[in-house]
Ligand binder design. Structure first.
Ligand SMILES: Cc1ncc(COP(=O)(O)O)c(C=O)c1O
Length: 383
């Protein structure tokens, strides 16, 4: 019997797909680009008929992702938004969702501009406040969608408490795990039903791939999501499946370095006189610090900070050299953005300002460069 499930997560990540091609024993699992497959006879199948419905490279990737998240079924999509869109197709007109207010702007956009047209009803709530979530639940509530830590303010939701709340109301708990990855947080183990990833971020890790992932805890929900994926077709192509499979192998190592450097950067920013606030759950002063310690295996590589003026925020973006002024996050390269204008530009201004996403707020995805070089770059950009 295979030892596979007994190995630690970091060993299982390194071994993703290794030797799984039974015919050749290839260490690096092959890319199967074929769009279609010969049938051995009428009514017979090799298990693969058409690549939208099933592809060997995608299957090995999806199994690896499910294994790392501790779920039953993984599904790989052409982007995080394709994964979220497929997930929202589970619901129908009149259904109500409770969603984190501190969330990726694109998730807000698809709910508001696409699913709003089909009658899906959404309440945005501070999901770090379990009582506020409970108060937002109605008889028509079908799901709670949580990003934790939040984006871009890094608030930490109490996943076990939210899971309990959802269980008692037969509500699905959906967790976007993009910021932490299964290396640092496994929400399915804490009671979530489905995990979402923009695999464009840490899972891919090199800013060279656009991909999305769903992982379901239970078989039946996994099958429903597979049916929706096959019906609507937002699959990840085999070449990109291979690239993502390769990236998974270094994920634990990368996350360790992201976490260490982000903590150092957060501490450095915190003592800078021109930085008025730092949002990073690894800092003892962060309101979600203790909660993060309980439910996470590390604090991640994402932080946000507030400059003393909007002019200073713009100056930083114009002067950084090693760090790139660019959207996205989770790559080996350090990236910095102005959420008010970029990632969260589609959130109506009054709502954005109420949340505190104004033009003094910068979001920093701390990469794998030498941390002293990152601090040197920040120093020259701020001073
Ligand atoms: C937390 C989070 N979820 C989902 C998405 C959407 O993913 P993608 O850009 O891969 O479509 C993003 C993108 O930035 C994100 O940050």
């Amino acid at each position: 019997m295979s030892q596979q499930s007994n190995w630690s997560l970091s060993s299982r990540a390194v071994q993703a797909g290794t030797g799984r091609d039974e015919r050749t024993g290839a260490i690096s699992f092959p890319i199967y680009p074929s769009a279609t497959y010969r049938h051995p006879g009428v009514g017979q199948s090799t298990g693969y008929d058409y690549t939208r419905s099933g592809n060997p490279t995608r299957e090995v990737l999806e199994q690896s992702l499910a294994d790392l998240e501790g779920g039953c079924r993984g599904l790989a999509f052409g982007s995080g938004m394709a994964a979220l869109t497929t997930l929202f197709l589970l619901f129908r007109s009149g259904d109500h969702l409770v969603v984190s207010e501190d969330l990726y702007g694109g998730t807000y956009r698809v709910l508001d501009q696409v699913f709003g047209k089909f009658g899906l009803d959404v309440s945005y709530v501070d999901t770090t406040d379990t009582a506020a979530v409970a108060a937002a639940i109605r008889s028509s509530t079908r799901a709670l969608l949580v990003e934790t830590p939040g984006n871009p303010l890094l608030g930490v939701a109490d996943l076990p408490a939210l899971a309990e709340l959802c269980r008692s109301g037969s509500i699905l708990l959906l967790v976007d795990n993009t910021f932490l990855t299964p290396v640092l947080q496994r929400p399915l183990e804490l009671g979530a039903d489905v995990i979402i990833h923009s695999a464009t971020k840490y899972l891919g890790g090199h800013s060279d791939l656009c991909a999305g992932v769903l992982v379901a805890r239970e078989h039946e929900l996994g099958e429903q999501l597979y049916t929706l994926q096959n019906a609507t077709g937002g699959i990840l192509p085999p070449q990109d499946c291979w690239l993502l499979l390769r990236s998974l192998k270094t994920l634990p190592l990368r996350m360790e370095r992201h976490c260490g450097s982000a903590l150092q950067v957060a501490r450095w920013l915190q003592q800078h006189p021109r930085i008025t606030k730092v949002y990073f759950p690894g800092l003892e002063q962060h309101p979600g610090h203790e909660r993060a310690k309980r439910q996470q295996d590390g604090f991640g590589g994402m932080l946000s900070f507030r400059t003393e003026s909007p002019e200073l925020a713009r100056q930083v973006l114009e002067r950084i050299e090693l760090i790139s002024f660019a959207e996205s996050l989770g790559g080996v390269e350090s990236l910095m953005t102005l959420p008010a204008v970029q990632t969260h530009g589609d959130i109506p201004e009054p709502e954005r300002l109420r949340l505190g996403i104004d033009e003094t707020l910068l979001r920093f995805s701390v990469g794998l460069e030498n941390v002293d070089d990152l601090l040197t770059d920040l120093r020259q950009a701020i001073d």
